[in-house]
Design a protein around this ligand. Structure first.
Ligand code: EPZ
Length: 418
């Protein structure tokens, strides 16, 4: 397993560039399955999760060409409708591809996506929605088979505003007969980006970004090119890296409104943040103040930023309380932070963090993607050297994180990557 070796105590200063959004790229890559032609995508981050997704498309029969930041996907000759188990298990969000395969071919076969380190990650909301669209679902020995003669538009109310379920319903109902109405839909910016891409292809989606989305079935999509939005969680991670190192960083960012809950919370800790001409500037204070956080569906504070913000709060003045309302097991990083001297106690959904003057470097283990990023930030601020192991979790979701941080003045060496 690969590791980051981090020399702590260095202030981050300067300008950095944010990569394309992992969580917008995955469903947008799936749209290329719906269009029996060529889809050109730009600003797709070159990370493990997008690599796996493209590998699945190749397995299905897509022809993929990559050059200078452009990914060209020709899905004319897809000849398989089954997502192979060994690829399905490598990444939870491959279930999104199922919606696109069903949307085009009226059938799909896939295995249950692995639960993961942050929770059980069930897909009941996805499957219930598929059934409402007239799709027959059968399950045996861990495989799910979906089949129907036609997909019929339906009214679907989500018990929870699930991002993945909202995306899957949109993908599966693009060619449906009639109209599909999703109520209690997720409102994340990645849903808006997916709808913008599909509408450019000729789909008819209204209301993306609100909790009511209407999809009117169409007959055909067309070849387009599309540039994916920036990664708001990577942007939040870099802002927090500036905050935890008393630094002064900036980056160009097209949609600063996506970062509102993160910016407001960082301002509460005493950071000075300016948004000017599509650029974001952060100047950290000498001493951060403790704040309370509750994770909520967008536009609330994002669950993906919970562990990353927790590392900032370990050295803030005072006591912070975090409540994680989205996933049931998203505090696994806490035990690793404690090895660095953090004072953090977990009680069910709640974490209480008592700020300490300084963290000290230690050998710690990435537990998951965002938990790993949290440990990197703690290492940046800690006295001495921190070794973060199992960084494959981090490489799944961040494109060149150590390169970006080193360009801002960090000293991180990556070791042992295969
Ligand atoms: C997406 O996951 C993101 N992943 C997650 O980011 C993000 O944390 C999450 O949305 C919430 O914003 C991608 O977009 C690839 P959900 P998703 O369905 O779609 C429960 C990261 O770090 N649920 O909104 O899986 C579920 O268990 C990742 O980049 C059901 O109960 O999230 C969870 O408690 C982590 N049944 C809650 O809903 C279902 O059928 C939110 O899940 C589906 C979900």
């Amino acid at each position: 397993m690969a590791s980051y070796i981090i020399e702590g105590g260095r202030k981050l200063e300067g300008e950095v560039t944010i990569s394309g959004s992992k969580n917008a790229s995955l469903p947008i890559i799936a749209t290329s399955i719906l269009n029996a032609g060529t889809t050109k995508l730009y600003n797709i981050p070159n990370i493990h999760d997008t690599q796996i997704t493209l590998e699945i498309l190749k397995y299905l029969g897509c022809k993929i060409k990559k050059s200078h930041g452009k990914i060209e996907i020709n899905s004319k000759n897809i000849n398989k409708k089954e997502i192979p188990e060994h690829l399905m298990n490598q990444m939870r969000s491959t279930v999104i591809l199922a919606g696109a395969i069903i949307g085009r071919f009226k059938e799909a076969k896939f295995s249950y996506p692995g639960g993961c380190d942050i929770g059980a990650r069930p897909i009941d909301l996805h499957l219930n929605a598929f059934q409402k669209l007239g799709i027959n679902i059968s399950e045996n020995s861990g495989f799910i088979t979906c089949k129907c003669d036609k997909i019929i538009g339906a009214n679907i109310n989500l018990d929870f505003p699930s991002v993945g379920a909202t995306e899957n319903i949109i993908l599966a109902s693009i060619y449906a007969e009639g109209t599909t109405q999703i109520t209690n839909a997720a409102m994340e910016p990645e849903i808006v980006d997916l709808a913008k891409c599909l509408n450019k292809m000729g789909a008819k989606i209204e209301g993306a970004g609100t909790n009511e989305i209407k999809i009117t079935g169409v007959q055909k999509l067309k070849d387009i090119s599309y540039s994916v939005m920036e990664d708001r969680i990577e942007a939040g991670t870099l802002l927090c890296a500036g905050a935890i190192t008393c630094g002064n960083i900036s980056f160009p960012y097209r949609n600063p409104e996506h970062l509102t809950p993160i910016i407001h919370k960082l301002e509460e800790t005493g950071c000075n943040i300016k948004v000017e001409n599509k650029k974001i500037y952060l100047q950290a204070p000498k001493k951060l103040k403790a704040v309370d956080i509750k994770t909520l569906p967008y536009p609330g504070f994002p669950t993906d930023m919970q562990s990353i913000f927790a590392s900032v709060l370990t050295i803030a003045k005072g006591t912070s309380v975090i409540v994680e309302n989205i996933f049931e097991n998203r505090y696994r990083y806490a035990a690793e932070l404690k090895k660095m001297g953090a004072k953090i106690t977990i009680e069910g959904k709640t974490a209480v963090i008592k700020g300490v003057r300084k963290l000290s470097g230690a050998k710690v283990k990435s537990t998951d993607l965002r938990g790993g990023a949290c440990l990197v930030l703690a290492g940046l601020a800690a006295k001495g050297t921190t070794v973060v192991t199992d960084i494959e979790h981090i490489l799944r979701g961040y494109e060149g994180l150590e390169k970006k941080l080193n360009a801002l003045g960090a000293k991180i060496i990556k070791e042992g990557e295969k």
